[in-house]
Design a binder for this molecule. Structure first.
Ligand code: NAP
Length: 291
């Protein structure tokens, strides 16, 4: 029997905003959907999957929506390939309608304190790789498998606004001439300039997390530009979830993870006519905002 349900993939979905995105996608009833809750750790992913599946069968026992679990470590190219091979086998070559690049985060010190604002080369390298390269690699490999009307969402941060950069960088980051290679050079340039202590001379702030997320905002704009004439009508967006209570931020953030999930789920499910003109843009609280 032909399965006409949409296929959604959420990375880093075993907890926090990612798990909340899975829950919210499953609770919408307009478009039947298979939601892949993915996680790098089998045990943590399986636990989250069991919990969400139980909820779904309790709340919507007859729902066509379905949650599935698959292991996916977005820092491991083999893991991404394995997952895509699996999707292709199950759903065909064009297999994905929604990709939410949610996995990411900060570096924690041994005392559990968040050190995302620490700016040494090792931290900068780790955070840029955890947030920027993981999402770019996952998206690049999924792109050929996106179905018509597919949407790709990047979870970013309000800390990554353009005003944190100086000199030529703000102009370069929004330029229509910026290529993926150029963007990689900027991110790598940040890491090495942190090592040399020269990051400020090049216009970078001492904030690895913000520089990594800014790379994703620029990437979302770039993809919208590159795929503007693609017959599949693809949609890309970068989303600031707001400051939410999760393991990344701790218990004092003003929003719940479920609130951080609202805008990405809105963009994943909204009528195409309402959002298409904002392709590649930055969003917060259900609204397109200026970068
Ligand atoms: N919370 C906020 O206020 C806030 C604000 C701005 C942006 N964000 C962004 O929103 C997203 C979700 O954040 P959160 O607050 O929900 O953080 P979180 O609770 O720490 O969850 C992060 C998730 O990403 C996963 N992850 C990390 N590296 C991964 C990898 N290589 N492969 C697969 N999964 C990986 C983690 O898995 P493990 O459990 O295995 O570590 C976890 O499931 C992140 O991109 C974050 O930067 C959050």
């Amino acid at each position: 029997m032909l399965d006409n349900r949409l296929v959604a993939v959420v990375t880093g979905a075993n907890k926090g905003i990612g798990k909340a995105i899975v829950r919210l996608l499953l609770s919408q009833t307009d478009k039947p959907m298979i939601v892949y809750l993915t996680a790098r750790n089998m045990e943590r992913g399986q636990m989250a999957f069991d919990e969400v599946r139980r909820e779904l069968s309790r709340i919507q026992p007859h729902s066509e929506n379905e949650v599935r679990f698959h292991q996916l470590d977005v820092s491991d190219l083999d893991s991404i390939h394995t997952f895509i091979d699996y999707l292709t086998l199950i759903h065909g070559t064009q297999s994905v309608d929604i990709l939410v690049n949610n996995a990411g985060g900060v570096v924690h010190a041994q005392n559990g304190k968040c050190v995302s604002r620490k700016c040494d080369m090792e931290t900068a390298h780790k955070i840029v790789h955890m947030n920027y390269y993981t999402a770019v690699n996952t998206t690049s490999l999924v792109l050929p498998h996106l179905r018509s009307g597919a949407r790709v969402i990047f979870m970013v941060s309000a800390l990554a606004h353009l005003g944190i950069f100086s000199g030529e960088l703000p102009k370069v980051l929004v330029s229509d001439d910026l290529s993926l290679n150029g963007l990689h050079i900027i991110e790598n340039g940040f890491i090495s300039s942190v090592g040399k202590g020269t990051f400020a001379e090049y216009g970078f702030p001492p904030m690895p997390f913000a520089v990594a997320k800014a790379g994703l905002i620029a990437y979302s704009r770039m993809l919208a530009r590159i795929f503007a004439n693609d017959p599949r009508s693809l949609f890309f967006a970068a989303v600031c979830p707001g400051y939410c209570q999760t393991d990344m931020t701790g218990p004092y953030a003003p929003l719940q993870a479920s609130q951080g999930a609202e805008t990405p789920v809105y963009l994943a499910t909204a009528d195409a006519k309402r959002i298409q003109k904002h392709n590649g843009c930055l969003w917060k609280s259900m609204k397109q905002i200026k970068w």
